[in-house]
Design a protein around this ligand. Structure first.
Ligand code: ATP
Length: 142
């Protein structure tokens, strides 16, 4: 039977199940603000921002796992939190120098897009910059 005092947290990407742990609380950033999920939360589906997800695991009083998610959706139902995103990386799996390079590339493309008034490239580059900054921020928690 499902344990009513804990959550199961699954993060799924096209690469497969990248995270599967029991937790006491999950904090995620939806596009309309931060959402803390405790056991026995009402069922919800929420679109996520490109941001960090924090998971306090049941097997540690002090340790928090940090996951950089690239948007996606979160579903909560029957004490199972499922996050489905295009990409998601745990803090320890983030290649910081790759993210720094992606950040610099995105900044350069933003300048180019502004100079050429290319709004599509500007929007894409701003999203890429956001992704890179999120990875850099999450990597600091390793
Ligand atoms: P890059 O320009 O460095 O490829 P990106 O934002 O375009 O960055 P994505 O398309 O979001 O990359 O991701 C492609 C794959 O690479 C995904 O599996 C993602 O988890 C992984 N990935 C991207 N950046 C990093 C990173 N800095 N560290 C670890 N994995 C990464």
């Amino acid at each position: 039977m499902e344990n009513k005092s804990q959550l199961t947290v699954n993060v799924v990407t096209p690469d497969g199940l990248i995270y599967d742990h029991h937790a006491t609380i999950v904090v995620a950033n939806t596009i309309s603000g931060e959402l803390g999920i405790l056991p026995n939360h009402a069922p919800i589906i929420a679109p996520l921002a490109i941001d960090e997800v924090r998971v306090r695991r049941t097997d540690s009083d002090t340790h928090v796992d940090w996951i950089a998610v690239n948007g996606g959706i979160m579903e909560v139902r029957d004490n199972v939190v499922t996050i489905i995103a295009d990409t998601a990386e745990r803090e320890r799996d983030i290649d910081v120098s790759r993210a720094e390079r992606a950040k610099q590339r995105a900044e350069q493309r933003i300048e180019e897009a502004k100079a050429s008034h290319d709004t599509d490239q500007l929007r894409r580059s701003e999203v890429a910059l956001h992704r890179a900054i999120n990875r850099i921020n999450v990597s600091k928690h390793r």
